[in-house]
Write a protein that binds this ligand. Structure first.
Ligand SMILES: [Zn+2]
Length: 159
């Protein structure tokens, strides 16, 4: 993560590491806040903030990265920033993926989040980003053991 952030800073980009590791109580607070915001609708809230115990932030493998405080930004704005352009183009070199990509909301169950990067290792990240996959689709193809995934696929599916 530090190398990834440093890589962006080396490009002269302003990097704000909005959220790295979160404790269970942090996540509970965030989730309950979001539920309140949606009049008690947990289902809707869960598409925006992960339920306590299920957030990747609790694993320490994910971080929210923006050039400014992200709650002020719409995905459509954020994805046009130089920072996001660089990060989404180079994240796999550092083992990270755009975890909740645009157009894959049905697969991930989470809204498009052009700030949430998740560490999966360089090999898996490269494959996922080059093939425009989600972690869910990757697991479906290769099972849950990321480490055993092939470096390069024998045949890349079209599309
Ligand atoms: Zn996040």
């Amino acid at each position: 993560m530090q190398e990834f952030v440093q890589g962006a800073r080396n490009q002269g980009l302003n990097v704000l590491l909005a959220s790295g590791y979160r404790s269970y109580s942090d996540q509970t607070w965030l989730f309950e806040n979001k539920v309140q915001q949606y009049d008690g609708d947990e289902e809707v809230a869960a598409t925006i903030v992960a339920r306590p115990g299920t957030s990747e932030h609790q694993t320490g493998l994910a971080a929210d990265i923006t050039d400014d405080y992200y709650e002020l930004k719409q995905p459509e704005v954020l994805e046009l920033t130089e920072l996001y352009k660089w990060m989404s183009a180079h994240c796999q070199e550092y083992g990270f993926i755009v975890r909740f990509p645009k157009g894959k909301e049905d697969v991930t169950g989470i809204i498009y989040e052009p700030w949430h990067f998740r560490y999966v290792g360089v090999e898996a990240a490269t494959f996922i980003m080059e093939n425009n996959l989600t972690l869910e689709e990757f697991h479906e193809l290769y099972g849950d053991d990321i480490a055993e995934a092939p470096v390069t696929p024998a045949a890349t599916p079209a599309g």
